[in-house]
Design a protein around this ligand. Sequence first.
Ligand code: ADP
Length: 502
Amino acid sequence: MSQFVAAVDQGTTSTRCILFDHSGLPVASYGREHEQIFPKAGWVEHNPTEIWDNTREVVAGALAKADVGESDVAAVGITNQRETTVVWDRATGKPIYNAIVWQDTRTDQICRELGRDGGGEEFTRRTGLPLATYFAGPKARWILDNVDGARRRAENGELAMGTMDTWVLWNATGGSNGGLHLTDVTNASRTLMMDLETLAWDTELCERVGVPTSMLPEIRSSSEVYGEVRAKGVLPGVPIGGILGDQQAATFGQACLDPGMAKNTYGTGNFVLLNTGTEVKRSDNGLLSTVCYKLGTEAAVYALEGAIAVSGSLVQWLRDNLGIIGSAPEVESLARSVDDNGGAYFVPAFSGLFAPHWRSDARGAIVGLTRFVNKGHLARAVLEATAFQTREVIDAMNADSGVALTSLKVDGGMVANELLMQFQADILDVPVIRPVVSETTALGAAYAAGLAVGYWSDTGEVRKNWAQDKQWDPSMPADERDRLYKQWQKAVTRTFDWVDPS
Ligand code: ADP
């Protein structure tokens, strides 16, 4: 048997390849960041060609680090930043525009038009999603509306559309030379164009959004052999056996395989997913209903999701836009230079507010400022913002499910921050648990691929491999927790109605 399974994690800030062994431990990892392109306020783009070049490089880099070749790799899985959308020419393989990233708000007007006359409720009923700029379909529509000749070429069948999983898969399996044009159910469920019950493209919604179905990828399960890698130098001949959107992959990698199990990933944004089993659970409290995973021919498993647009990226903002820290981890020592937030609250509504508010008219605000507040208090307010936003979505989940969460599994870049983890436990009043393998996103994609080729025999092995690293227990008095959270809720209302509809 081959020794390893490879995962390609095409994330928002970087692309990584990680090799995992049979016990689910990483043996080699190689990553590369790509450029964040901000052409205007509210717009965020990536260069898809740069991302594909990076993908090739990181796969080769991980193999070199582990000193192994393709014969040592049983399968490869793909996981990706979700909703980020590319449109490319099938014949040349060239994108016709940069990828429009999930945080981008340029489709605000399109979404508002689609929402007229009860349109919003209809989209939510069929797709499980609120009509928001976050999702992929309207991003493709924007490209077709704004690139010269694109709509005509799309209608002629010359163009293909995909989220980043599809772009990577198409290139890895031959590109313009017979590349596979597929996606998985988890990624398709983020387009506003897939029916959440039938797991097929809803042709009527596609028409409403304005994306010809001929340019859409075929929807497949999250774990099956789609084909083999054909790109030279990138694991040629190795089966590609798994595709999961990054948050679903992290849920799988955290072994949240039973209804009621939840995880929170602290990366660029924060994403809480609660496994709700094989029935779609609708939210009355601002959460999304989404596909969690579908293993081959088994029934799809669904999730309720609380998506928070800005968490770790607020730390980056403190570093890059204000320059008051030199690196992300420095935020912790700066925050520890003071005892509390000094009365300051930072609501990072940079892309509007996602769950549970869904307010595209909101913009960021720092409130509670006095002459007393210094950069230490701001650093604390930055970290606390992540914990408060998480509390908002966990409250929504508890209300939707009728059962209170008893502990929270966490992962992602920010969970290295001890101050944040303790504050999170305090504000939620439940234990917060970090696993040994914090690369749960890549691990989830590796599991999906490894299960498809029999490297792992069943999900029992996934459960068995999960192990706890550290737990933080709540220690804050209840009245203090209530006081802080009330202040936060007041701060949130101060961000509303900032952007005028015109
Ligand atoms: P993504 O997968 O979304 O690219 P990662 O899981 O790699 O994100 O996490 C990176 C994010 O975590 C960055 O936004 C960074 O600012 C933040 N981060 C990294 N280390 C720390 C830390 N010690 N404290 C707070 N934030 C951190």
